[in-house]
Ligand binder design. Structure first.
Ligand code: 0X9
Ligand code: ZN
Length: 314
């Protein structure tokens, strides 16, 4: 696109730059884009997203990114992906662009993201103070009302990085995200929550390693399609997959578990590059390789979902 000359994927962009770029996108592509307003953050920022839709009545795919503030590769990938959907000539990309309705929130944790650019590169949580503590912020990916705080899947210590909050939806960003997701869930077939790092595709459940979703075999098969497609690339990286609690650790109150509970049967946490060499501070040279392989993975994921019958209109 010719959007935002200063914007690009050779470096990481600030929240202001991402917002200015989105504004230009809405102006350049008015027929197929629509601004989504998720709601307001604790510090009063507006959480914005984009819906890309080329025709009425497509199956829906929701992408949430940067719920964790320091995971900059996720919004860089989400914006690159939006750009590809709108401007690529590639046949496979045109096909997914035009045959799905895309709901994409590049930066959900806007306060935390701004804070990582201004004060502390490694901040993870929200920025809302806790009345009982001098520590600040809740882990937004532990704050949904889905097995909230169960099985040690979140900490009750406000100073912990995985603090679940004083109650579910204590974080306005998460209340807003939940409300928005509920308002569109009847049209959404697939949800991907972008995170970094570790190169993993994590399905429900997060709250226990001992139980699995009814369609777990399908969730494994779809994740395998993604991982195989990524690994087959010339610069291909390796993705592992399985349920979040069995592959990684028990974590309750996460976005994809909430989406699954709300009837979105294909719902993953996607942990992007790398596997720890740079971790959260992934050099900008990896943005495009990471984004390209994510796009290839998503194309394979959708094709497998189609085969398994998950993309019928809901
Ligand atoms: O701990 C998290 O929230 C995610 N990992 S991260 O390093 N990006 O913080 C993993 C969440 C996976 N668990 C569930 N989806 N329940
Ligand atoms: Zn994360």
């Amino acid at each position: 696109t010719r959007a935002a000359e200063s914007f690009g994927w050779t470096r990481y962009n600030t929240l202001a730059e991402i917002e200015a770029w989105l504004d230009e996108i809405f102006i350049i592509y008015p027929a197929v884009t629509e601004e989504i307003i998720i709601g307001q953050s604790y510090e009063g920022r507006t959480i914005r997203g984009i819906k890309v839709s080329y025709k009425e009545g497509n199956p829906g795919v929701f992408i949430e990114s940067n719920i964790h503030a320091r995971e900059w590769i996720t919004s860089a990938t989400a914006t690159w992906f939006i750009n590809e959907l709108l401007s690529s000539d590639d046949e496979l990309i045109r096909e997914i662009a035009e045959n799905y309705d895309w709901y994409i929130v590049p930066v959900l944790n806007v306060d935390g993201f701004a804070y990582t650019h201004e004060k502390d590169r490694l901040w993870r949580k929200t920025r809302q103070p806790i009345s009982t503590s001098s520590c600040i912020g809740t882990d937004p990916n532990r704050n949904f009302d889905v097995h909230w705080m169960e099985n040690g899947g979140a900490s009750s210590n406000p100073c912990a990085e995985d603090y679940g909050g004083p109650n579910p939806y204590s974080e306005p960003e998460i209340k807003a995200m939940s409300d928005y997701l509920n308002s569109v869930s009847s049209k959404v077939n697939v949800l991907l929550a972008f995170h970094s790092y570790s190169q993993l595709l994590l399905s429900p459940y997060g709250h226990t390693p001992d139980e699995f979703p009814d369609n777990y075999n399908d969730l494994l098969q779809v994740a395998k399609a993604y991982a195989d497609a990524v690994e087959a690339l010339p610069y291909g990286t390796v993705y592992r997959y399985g349920s979040a609690a069995s592959v990684l650790y028990t974590a309750s109150g996460a976005t994809n578990d909430y989406a699954y509970q709300q009837g979105i049967e294909i719902a993953y946490t996607v942990e992007m590059r790398d596997r720890g060499a740079f971790g959260f501070v992934l050099p900008p040279a990896f943005i495009i390789p990471n984004a390209e392989e994510t796009l290839v993975g998503i194309i394979a994921l959708l094709s497998e979902c189609e085969k398994l019958g998950y993309l019928a209109l809901k």
